[in-house]
Design a protein around this ligand. Structure first.
Ligand code: PEP
Ligand code: MG
Length: 578
């Protein structure tokens, strides 16, 4: 039995066999196989070589490649792949070391590359680059097949990977993917957010996960405590089976709150909205008792399809969402591309600091056709319900004014064609950069609402990458600097008499509910599966005690102290959730 500790990012317990997805661009870990799997693994090596030969032969003979020396490179690669002794070295390694095809390919090829690179003759030493290329080609075959397997699952699994992209996670079939665990990532990386929205129990930031697992292992993923157990002993397994039953019972109990209002014991009403990535999630928001959409991450439309959405793609997605919420707000955030959300074919060069680079509203303002296409679709959908526009990652007033001018331009275009839309559609901004938080009093004069995006606000305020497991202990919503900024934003929104909500992941953490209420927040937007628990918390407190708690927190100077205090309070109020 092996117990690993990571960060709990999506609650629930999963117990299943693993499916390990390696990453072609990452060091392949050594993973043992059983003697009975030896032949199958050797066959995988042979198939990868055969597929590589077919691919290269096609490339070599392709009429597009007239360049003589490029053809020569392919010919060299082909000769490597056709070299039987080379392949035998790899299959022998699989058999003698009892390890996966991926690991054998990677190990033998890298050994050869290092040997070649050390030869004194530059003609020979430069061949090392060819070997790395061949390694990549073979791994694409091997890893690509494993990744494809996820799309064709017919058995229950938990997914184990070094890292997963948000779109990969969004594509998981929830009937079969029961949990996931990754070595990379943080609590608010988008992969974690997608797992939470899809209610897939998940743990991230685990140390060396992929190498200790065999296909025959049993894996327990405890998304409540942030623990993964490989091959649990009988007693532990029984304990976790019981936890899973208890967790299911708690969920059923909380789901009974669906039609109950989110009001405090002394009658203060709190609006609970859902965060979604796809229209199909809107129904879950309803099922869990949410009363609208507070954050529609529209960029997933682009990320998931891999191609730039047309106006009709946007329109259909929005009208599909709005139809679930007659008269209730649906806040569509314009495409927040970049950072860990980049489509393959986006017109963005490689950047040294993508999170600080050409992303989000900046990208839209430089790609006006893409932006206007989306705005047209939102405006067309605006007559179907209470649709609102939210602009992400605003850092200065000019960006807001420019975006609003573009919205007005699009309105004029629609007027010309007599297309109907809501001319008073509310336009708000995300407060997710320190500059926006600090200037909130000015922004309040120029927009209809704020939504505090704590995920990025924490990242930018504390200078901590939200997806980097190595600095995750520094990333905290309880940091006094972050709380001071949020307090200021709430004050400025109230003073400017504009709407205010919190839509970062902190809104879905019951430990923070009292604090947010005490700071004056009355609207929260959160991952749909978390709505019942947060509602239960709201229904268990009164505003006076929330206010007192917020005042007390304002006197504290360390995130650890604040976190412990909030946790102790929450445990007293909702012991069964802990
Ligand atoms: C945020 O930054 O808090 C937010 C809600 O948006 P995202 O997580 O998509 O960056
Ligand atoms: Mg954000």
């Amino acid at each position: 039995m092996e117990i690993k500790k990571g960060i709990a990012v999506s609650p629930g317990i999963a117990i299943s066999k693993p499916l390990v997805i390696d990453s072609r661009d990452y060091r392949i870990p050594r993973r043992p196989i059983l003697p009975a799997q030896r032949d199958a693994e050797v066959k995988r090596v042979r198939e990868a070589f055969a597929a590589g030969i077919v691919e290269l032969t096609e490339l070599e003979t392709s009429s597009d490649i007239r360049e003589r020396n490029i053809k020569d490179i392919f010919a060299v690669h082909l000769s490597f792949l056709r070299d039987r002794s080379f392949r035998k070295k790899i299959t022998d390694f699989v058999s003698s070391e009892l390890t996966t095809a991926e690991y054998a390919v990677s190990t033998i090829l890298r050994e050869s590359a290092v040997q070649l690179a050390s030869v004194d003759d530059p003609y020979i030493s430069q061949r090392a680059a060819d070997i790395y290329d061949i390694e990549r080609r073979l791994l694409t075959q091997l890893v690509g097949k494993a990744a494809q397997e996820v799309d064709q699952l017919d058995r229950e699994v938990v997914i184990i990977a070094h890292d997963l992209s948000p779109t990969q996670t969004a594509g998981f079939d929830r009937n079969f993917v029961k949990g996931m665990a990754t070595e990379a990532g943080g609590r608010t990386s988008h992969t974690a957010i997608v797992a939470r929205c899809l209610a897939i129990p998940a743990v991230v930031a685990l140390d060396d996960m992929t190498s200790s697992i065999t296909t025959e292992s049993t894996v327990v993923i405890d998304g409540n405590r942030g623990i993964v157990i490989v091959d649990p002993d009988e007693e532990t397994l029984a304990q976790y089976e019981q936890y899973a039953i208890d967790f299911g019972k708690l969920e059923t109990k909380l789901d009974a709150l669906r039609d109950k209002p989110a009001v405090t014991r002394d009658g203060v009403e709190i609006r609970l909205f859902g965060n979604i990535e796809f229209p199909s999630e809107a129904v879950h928001v309803k099922d869990k008792g949410g009363c609208g959409i507070g954050l529609y991450r529209s960029e997933f439309l682009y990320l998931y399809s891999g191609t730039e959405p047309t106006e009709q793609d946007h329109y259909e997605a929005y009208s599909e969402t709005v139809k679930h919420f007659a008269g209730e707000p649906v806040v569509i955030r314009t495409m927040d591309l970049g950072g860990d959300k980049l489509p393959q074919n986006a017109n963005v060069g490689v950047e040294a600091n993508p999170v600080l680079g050409l992303r989000s509203i900046r990208y839209c303002l430089q790609n006006l056709t893409l932006f206007k296409t989306q705005i047209r679709a939102i405006l067309r959908a605006s007559i179907l319900g209470d649709v609102r526009i939210m602009l992400p990652m605003i850092t200065n007033l000019q960006e807001l004014r420019q975006a609003k001018m573009i919205i007005r331009d699009v309105m004029e275009d629609l007027d010309e064609y007599a297309v109907e839309y809501n001319p008073s559609i509310p336009v708000g901004i995300m407060i997710e950069t320190p500059s926006a938080a600090l200037m909130a009093s000015l922004f309040a004069n120029d927009c209809d609402f704020f939504s505090v995006g704590t995920n990025d606000l924490i990242q930018y305020t504390l200078a901590v990458d939200r997806g980097n497991e190595r600095v995750s202990s520094l990333y905290s919503a309880a940091d006094p600097a972050v709380l001071r900024l949020i307090r200021g934003v709430i004050h400025d929104a109230h003073k400017g008499k504009i709407g205010l909500s919190v839509c970062g992941e902190v809104a879905s953490e019951p430990e923070f509910t009292m604090l947010l209420l005490g700071m004056g927040v009355r609207t929260l937007s959160l991952a749909p599966p978390m709505i019942p628990e947060v509602k239960q918390m709201i229904r268990s407190v009164n505003i006076d005690e929330c206010n007192a708690l917020a005042r007390k927190v304002a006197t504290m100077d360390s995130q650890r102290q604040i976190k412990n205090y909030l946790r102790d309070k929450a445990i007293k109020i909702l012991p069964e959730a802990y």
